[in-house]
Design a protein around this ligand. Structure first.
Ligand SMILES: Cc1ncc(COP(=O)(O)O)c(C=O)c1O
Length: 406
């Protein structure tokens, strides 16, 4: 079976992890600090905080902004549950908005969904393709939108408008108008989960890029405390001479990254642009070149004049098929020993969100994208031969199902 997305765990990573294990320090310490500095340098934002996951990073920042019951947060209907679940954790309401043909949230529909309760917008760079940040950043600065904003925390008052919290779980290395994700809006969160382009097994990072009125470095220092139980010193500092005494300044969270995770991340980041992204792009290009020749295929857009994807997931759509036919095609592909996937089952189709009154009928593009979509394997170690095997499995399966329909 050709797997869907195994991590690239080679000797370099193993050596770096063993080095950490032998160093005598395995939780948050010098490697996390180094990884944070390298991420800031990489994307060009103002400061980075590493976290135990992307979800933890998103929730931490919603809590930092003072999100609470009665507030609304705009999220795309087409995303992984983490984007909306963190809003629910804070007692607030996720307000779903339909996406466009490129799978990303539709800025025009965001505008229609904004109310006086809206505190945050969470755009998701789905499959690694950056959202329309220019439009979203301009939208939250519009006079009519600002005049509706109803701040209730110190941070909300200071920002004076809706916060844009980008969910870049898929898009580290993605580019919009010459800048990398992380540096495109107020705050961005990466995920380093095992299936992501750049992994630490589990992990995430908050990229702070708040306007000049905020001291991003000071906020990063505060978030270190907030993400470790509100404890004024981390475990590493407490082991230093005379450093044992500490205080708890608030009931914070346990969202810190370990040095073992950061060790993996440091190796991944060092070679990320040089060979990880290069190989992923080659695979995307091969898929698109081949599938474009078939009239039934709708290949994804992953590079335009303004945007470059991080090539996270290759989302192929089949023209004119139903959800049931898509499922049959997937079954056939699996029978040919190729693992594929669907990114994602829209949240309005999930039991919990349905129970809150959300209806997929209100998100027609989301449903259309989902019902015809198949995500193909993309990973560093996928060989050219295997890419051809995937292509053959997809073409044969699609054509068989389409023939049966005739
Ligand atoms: C779009 C999106 N947002 C957020 C997350 C959450 O990331 P993590 O698994 O690191 O918590 C994921 C993870 O799969 C994701 O796909």
């Amino acid at each position: 079976m050709i797997p869907f997305s195994p991590p690239r765990m080679d000797q370099k990573i193993i050596d770096e992890v063993i080095d950490t294990l032998k160093s005598g320090w395995i939780t948050t310490g010098p490697k996390v600090k180094k990884f944070e500095d390298k991420l800031t340098e990489y994307a060009g934002h103002k400061a980075t905080l590493c976290t135990s996951s992307g979800s933890a990073g998103l929730e931490l920042m919603l809590r930092w902004f003072g999100l609470k019951e009665g507030d609304e947060v705009i999220v795309p209907a087409y995303t992984y549950c983490a984007t909306a679940n963190v809003v629910v954790h804070c007692g607030a309401k996720p307000v779903f908005v339909d996406v466009k043909d490129d799978f990303n949230i539709d800025p025009e529909k965001i505008e229609q969904a904004i109310t006086s309760k809206t505190k945050v917008i969470i755009p998701v760079d789905l499959a690694g393709f950056p959202c329309d940040y220019k439009k979203i950043n301009q939208l939250v600065r519009k006079k009519e939108i600002i005049s509706q904003f109803n701040p209730t925390s110190e941070e909300q008052k200071k920002l004076g408008r809706i916060l844009v919290l980008a969910d870049a779980a898929h898009s580290i290395g993605g580019i919009y108008k010459g800048k990398k994700t992380g540096n495109l809006t107020d705050i961005t969160v990466y995920s380093f989960h095992a299936v992501k382009n750049l992994t630490t097994a589990e992990g995430g990072a908050v990229c702070l890029n708040l306007p000049e009125s905020f001291d991003n470095i000071a906020i990063q220092k505060y978030l270190k405390v907030k993400s470790l139980h509100g404890q004024t010193k981390d475990a590493f500092s407490k082991t230093q001479v005379g450093g044992w005494r500490y205080d708890i300044i608030e009931p914070g969270y346990k969202f810190n990254m370990t040095d073992i995770a950061a060790a993996i991340g440091l190796v991944e980041l060092e070679r990320y642009d040089k060979d990880m992204l290069v190989r992923r792009k080659e695979i995307f290009d091969t898929y698109s070149k081949t599938f474009s020749k078939h009239s039934w295929a709708q290949v994804p857009v992953y590079e335009t004049k303004e945007k470059v994807s991080s090539y996270h997931a290759y989302l192929l759509r089949i023209k004119g098929i139903s959800e049931e036919q898509r499922d049959e095609i997937i079954q056939k592909i699996f029978e040919k020993e190729v693992a594929v996937n669907v990114h994602f089952i829209p949240l309005p189709l999930m039991t919990y969100y349905k129970s809150t009154g959300v209806d997929i009928k209100d998100y027609p593009i989301t449903y259309d994208n989902f019902s015809r979509e198949i995500s193909l394997p993309v990973y560093y170690d996928l060989t050219d031969e295997e890419v051809q095997t995937v292509i053959r499995a997809v073409v044969d399966s699609v054509e068989k199902i389409l023939m049966e329909r005739r």
